[in-house]
Design a protein around this ligand. Structure first.
Ligand SMILES: NC(=O)C1=CN([C@@H]2O[C@H](COP(=O)(O)OP(=O)(O)OC[C@H]3O[C@@H](n4cnc5c(N)ncnc54)[C@H](O)[C@@H]3O)[C@@H](O)[C@H]2O)[C@@H](O)CC1
Ligand SMILES: [K+]
Length: 477
């Protein structure tokens, strides 16, 4: 499991560790990792031109000490001091001793930046408050006009470490070298995109059990996937009910069923007006035309994909005392109080546009503040919420770690892809996974399937559904 901790938690852990170590030792651990990453990034240090962007805190101190070590290895190092009289004194002295040079202010930065092989961004780290100040923002603009490679220290300056929000100018890094733990912003868009690839340097922080964010890895998913035992029959493996599709959108039903068949449940029931289309494609589906109550036993329901305006079906499914996944049209039709009153788990799976409609805010607001939005929705609906997107987030009511999925690919932004995810995830619910696990395992497999199916070329949703089995095998390998 990859985890990320909030700034507040990092600060506490740092204090505890610093109290036990000689002064400056922690920073030197961070610096050693930063130097190694820069050297590896450059390939060869001797003769390269490196520019340090140095703010007024310890983030700038890291950059200065790293610059000093790189200068000793033969790099030409220039530090741009944003606030010259507040640059880290020890770091600055070390750089000057090692033969580095210093320029002051943004205007003087232009020429060295244009000639740099590598820029080290030490403007601000976890001490950053609000958007970058005007002189720092100007420096970031100047940097943006150059083609230099950028290594960010701890975080790309200008992104919000705790939320992943980016308000105004921020450094776009090729590599971020982060210390002690990932910060939430490094795993959540839009900030994640500014970080480039991320390298974690262990500085020995002791972190608490519960993280702010958790990202499942292959081994975590493998441990959660339902595997039939010798005693299994279809009911023990779980039966998932799909109430989806309409005469106008029969395809949504077919795709949701295609996802459900690959999610590990023992059988798939379909209820709705698209039964003929479903049975033609998947004859193993148990199809009925009545209401969800009459469909027979299920261990979980999926409702909403392509449902059009059939609010009665959504209401009927919400009355069922089994886990329910609500997607697409179902989100619009679901009564909030009915969702809040449910005793069995509910999983809502909006994309940013649907989440925005539920929250009554513009879509851009959800896209810019994904973590805040998903938490807010989970509280308002007292349900687990899976917010789809380039970094899918899964939050449950009452706080606790938010799951983040990073297997996704831009190729998944294709019609019907969400229907496959809802069927797949509903099947995992029926197989007995709890809502956060079903959501995060579903998103993981779906993202991986999307990557495997796409392999660098466009895909349709049915390709993604078909690749779920390959993704499953890949995880179990
Ligand atoms: N505390 C520790 O034990 C360690 C800290 N380390 C480094 O220290 C950093 C944290 O250092 P600090 O607490 O000094 O904080 P930072 O250096 O991240 O930022 C604080 C400084 O930036 C300025 N600032 C704040 N918001 C700004 C904004 N929006 N625009 C421009 N300037 C802004 C403040 O005036 C302050 O001087 C970490 O990110 C990491 O790089 C590492 O050396 C590892 C050890
Ligand atoms: K930084």
């Amino acid at each position: 499991m990859r985890t990320a901790y909030s700034v507040e938690t990092v600060r506490v852990a740092e204090q505890e560790l610093m109290a036990r170590l000689p002064e400056g030792a922690l920073m030197q651990r961070a610096v050693a990792g930063l130097v190694a990453a820069c050297a590896e990034f450059l390939g060869r240090v001797y003769g390269t031109r490196i520019v340090l962007l140095v703010g007024s805190g310890d983030n700038g101190g890291d950059a200065l000490y790293a610059g000093a070590r790189l200068a000793k290895r033969g790099a030409g190092v220039t530090a741009v001091l944003l606030v010259p009289d507040r640059a880290h004194p020890g770091g600055l002295a070390a750089l000057l001793r090692a033969g580095g040079r210093v320029v002051r202010g943004t205007d003087a930065a232009e020429e060295p930046l244009r000639r740099a092989d590598l820029v080290v961004d030490g403007i601000v780290g976890i001490g950053g408050k609000g958007g970058l100040r005007p002189d720092a923002a100007k420096l970031v603009d100047v940097l943006g006009e150059t083609r230099a490679a950028v290594v960010a220290v701890d975080l790309p300056s200008g992104v919000d470490a705790d939320t992943g929000e980016v308000r105004g100018a921020a450094v776009r890094a090729d590599l971020t070298v982060t210390f002690g733990t990932h910060k939430p912003g490094l795993l959540v868009d839009p900030a994640r995109e500014y970080a480039g690839s991320v390298r974690l340097v262990d500085i020995g922080l002791a972190l608490p059990g519960e993280a702010e964010l958790e990202a499942l890895q292959h081994a975590d998913v493998a441990a959660l996937l339902p595997v039939p035992g010798a005693e299994s029959d279809k009911y023990r493996r779980g039966v998932v009910g799909i109430a989806a599709g309409s005469s106008r959108y029969p395809g949504a039903a077919v795709l949701a069923v295609s996802g459900a068949l690959r999610g590990g449940a023992g059988a798939v029931r379909y209820v709705g007006p698209a039964g003929d289309a479903v049975i033609a494609r998947f004859p193993e589906t148990l199809v009925s035309t009545g209401s969800p109550e009459q469909a027979g036993r299920v261990q979980a329901w999926v409702v909403g994909p392509g449902a059009g305006d059939d609010g009665d079906v959504v209401a009927a499914v919400l009355r069922a005392e089994v886990p329910v996944l609500v997607d697409a049209d179902g989100l619009r039709l679901a009564d909030r109080d009915a969702v809040r009153a449910r005793r069995a788990p509910t999983l809502l799976t909006p994309h940013a546009g649907e989440a925005a409609a539920l929250l009554g805010v513009p879509r851009e607001e959800v896209e810019g503040a994904r973590l805040t939005s998903v938490r807010e929705l989970a509280e308002r609906y007292r349900a687990t919420v899976l917010l789809k997107g380039s970094t899918t987030l899964i939050a449950s009511p009452g706080g606790g770690a938010v799951r983040v999925n990073s297997t996704g690919t831009g190729w998944l932004a294709t019609a019907g892809s969400g229907d496959v995810l809802s069927g797949l995830t509903g099947s995992l619910l029926a197989a007995g996974l709890d809502a956060p696990d079903a959501g995060s395992v579903g998103a993981y497999l779906h993202g991986l399937a999307g990557r495997l199916a796409a392999d660098g070329a466009p895909v349709g949703a049915h390709d993604v559904a078909e690749a779920v089995r390959e993704a499953w095998r890949d995880v179990m390998d």
